[in-house]
Design a binder for this molecule. Structure first.
Ligand code: TMP
Length: 211
């Protein structure tokens, strides 16, 4: 029987260097001849990418928090069932740019929604599926926001204030505490040091998961 693939997610607040570090992880997996699929949330299927567009687009109409939460999980249900689960079942690893930890951090922490409601939707959509490893790239909010602002037009989340992102970061860091699936990487260091830390995490995971 094929061994189920491993599910790795990468998380962090804005401007932590997710794009560059995801590229590093993809190269590492390729180099180690591990078959994987790289995807993102919200998104990862045509329908879920449309929902992503709706979620990120700045708009004059205030967005109801429950509507936002349900759109996030609607996109996730589609992505999970169409893309993530079929790959894992074929033994393919899945590397996902954000997943449900982002919902706890942004909708739970940032928007201050009840984490019990998020947990109920998580169970409804995912059953007992959780990431095998969560790589949390962590930098002080001010550093991350300065980097993100350099990128030009801000999406609906990037337009939030610093207090929002402090709550997002705080929630991620709390979730990392005592959770063995979490690997917190100090992404405020120079890139070679960040990538040396990532390398250590990946070697450790490979040693644990592969014969
Ligand atoms: P990013 O892929 O560029 O990081 O943008 C995705 C944005 O969506 C980011 O600001 C975080 C937000 N988001 C949520 O609010 N909840 C979620 O569950 C996910 C996956 C993302």
């Amino acid at each position: 029987m094929t061994q189920r693939g491993k599910f790795i997610t990468v998380e962090g607040t804005e401007g932590v260097g997710k794009t560059t570090n995801l590229e590093y992880i993809r190269n590492w997996l390729q180099h180690n001849k591990i078959e994987f699929l790289s995807t993102r949330e919200p998104g990862g299927t045509p329908l879920a990418e449309q929902l992503r567009g709706l979620l990120l687009q700045p708009r004059d109409e205030p967005v109801d928090q429950t509507a936002e939460l349900l759109m996030v999980f609607a996109a996730r249900a589609q992505h999970l069932n169409q893309v993530i689960l079929p790959a894992l079942e074929q033994g393919i690893w899945v590397l996902c740019d954000r997943f449900t930890d982002a919902t706890y951090a942004y909708q739970g922490g940032g928007r201050q929604m009840d984490s019990g409601i998020i947990a109920r939707l998580e169970t409804l959509v995912q059953g007992d599926l959780r990431p095998d490893a969560v790589i949390l790239l962590d930098v002080p909010v001010a550093v991350g926001l300065a980097r993100a602002k350099g990128r030009g037009v801000l999406d609906r989340f990037e337009q939030e204030d610093i207090a929002f992102f402090e709550r997002v970061r705080g929630t991620y860091r709390e979730r990392a505490q005592g959770n063995p699936a979490y690997h917190l990487v100090d992404a405020g260091q120079a890139l070679p040091q960040v990538q040396a830390e990532l390398d250590k995490v990946l070697v450790q995971l490979k040693g644990r998961w592969l014969p």
